[in-house]
Design a protein around this ligand. Structure first.
Ligand SMILES: C[S@@+](CC[C@H](N)C(=O)[O-])C[C@H]1O[C@@H](n2cnc3c(N)ncnc32)[C@H](O)[C@@H]1O
Length: 362
């Protein structure tokens, strides 16, 4: 019980390894990350007993940027007998349950990595969930109230058809989604697929019970790099009036709402219209991350908006270092003005070579 599994987009394993190593070191926990490139996950082995469990509880999941899920796992169960995979899996769960109370468990996820090779495991995993769940329930597990935030999720993570880790995650410090991926349906009336990036960002960064208060029809938004309008669509859908800044063409359907003004201007020079209080700034311009960071910092420091969601396009190399540098620079800019704020960054499922950042001034 001394390993963590962390899921991610394939190709970002090194970033996950770097971030968990940093967070662990901050807690005085040391170990090493096993990285297999393009596998879609990282295994972090702690040197001291029981520290994986401490990491799963103490590393704030919402501060992990590249990790989609964090769970404590067993050793790798290999060469599972196709006629009886369940017995060794139950034994491994039994071993884990010596340290944590699985009577607190609510949910079972039988998962695989988010890679093309693993796709063929998905049908198997779905079917296998049913008998495994039944056996776990017979042990008195998975019976706790699903809404309790102190509960546990049980995971069975298949890396090959006869090869898996078993583990658990803490419901108050994990992704609530299967494979750590929120499944969103593309709204057919949205002008572009990138609409899903902002939808996922809102889902990730704004607690559902606060969404109406934080995004509503009394509010004004600015969308820098708006065309053809996928992000503007998300704001308009929530009632905001949006200044859509871009030299390109906005979708006609958005003009028809009467809730946008298209400003064919440079997003780096645009300023909020006089006597208009802007609540939200969103920005999806493809630019160097340091330029975007400075731009967002300028808006926040000048008090031109109170809340923002923006993308940072990642460089080819040293992606983790570049992201950390940008976030540090931005934090310094805001601290210098004594602003009280919350900042969170995530490599969302709908992000590719970019991350999404949210800042709210308090
Ligand atoms: C990735 S697209 C945005 C997609 C948009 N978020 C959507 O959901 O439909 C980037 C946009 O940024 C715009 N852009 C790039 N540099 C800009 C600048 N300096 N000022 C304004 N727009 C810019 C481009 O014209 C392009 O339409």
């Amino acid at each position: 019980m001394n390993k963590l599994a962390l899921y991610c987009r394939p190709g970002f394993e090194k970033e996950v390894a770097a971030e968990i190593t940093d967070h662990a070191a901050n807690l005085g926990i040391f170990g090493f990350a096993r990285v297999q490139e393009h596998s879609g996950y990282v295994i972090f082995e702690c040197y001291q007993p029981n520290e994986a469990d401490r990491l799963a509880r103490k590393v704030p999941f919402n501060q992990l940027i590249f990790s989609r899920q964090i769970l404590v796992v067993s050793h790798l169960l290999e060469n599972l007998d196709p006629t009886d995979r369940i017995s060794p899996i139950i034994s491994a769960f039994d071993k884990l349950s010596e340290q944590v109370n699985f009577q607190q468990s609510t949910t079972l996820f039988v998962e695989m990595a988010d890679t093309n090779e693993s796709k063929e495991l998905s049908t198997f995993c779905r079917k296998f969930t049913v008998p495994l769940r039944q056996v776990l329930r017979n042990k008195g597990w998975l019976m706790a109230d699903g809404h309790q935030k102190c509960g546990l999720f049980l995971h069975c993570f298949f890396v090959k058809p006869n090869c898996c880790y078993v583990g658990y995650s803490y419901a108050n410090n994990h992704s609530e989604y299967f494979m750590g991926i929120p499944r969103l349906k593309f709204p057919s009336e949205a002008p572009s697929r990138s609409t899903l990036k902002l939808e996922e960002a809102i889902l990730t960064f704004i607690p559902r019970k606060e969404e109406e208060k934080r995004l509503n029809d009394n509010m004004v938004g600015v969308d820098l790099g708006a065309c053809p309008g996928g992000w503007t669509y998300q704001l308009v859908k929530r009632g905001l009036f949006v200044y859509a800044v871009d030299h390109g063409k906005m979708a006609e359907s958005l003009h028809e709402t009467g809730r946008i003004e298209h400003c064919a201007e440079d997003g780096f020079k645009f300023q909020p219209p006089k006597r208009k209080k802007v609540d939200w700034l969103v920005c999806d311009m493809v630019e160097q991350p340091s330029r975007i960071t400075n731009l967002i910092g300028k808006w926040l420091v000048n008090g031109w908006c109170r809340e923002t969601i923006f993308n940072l396009k990642l460089p080819m190399k040293k992606r983790y270092q570049e992201v950390m540098q940008c976030l540090e620079n931005l934090t310094d800019m805001l601290n210098k003005q004594n602003l009280i704020f919350e900042i969170q960054a995530k490599h969302l499922y709908h992000d590719r070579e970019e991350i999404t950042v949210h800042i709210a001034i308090k």
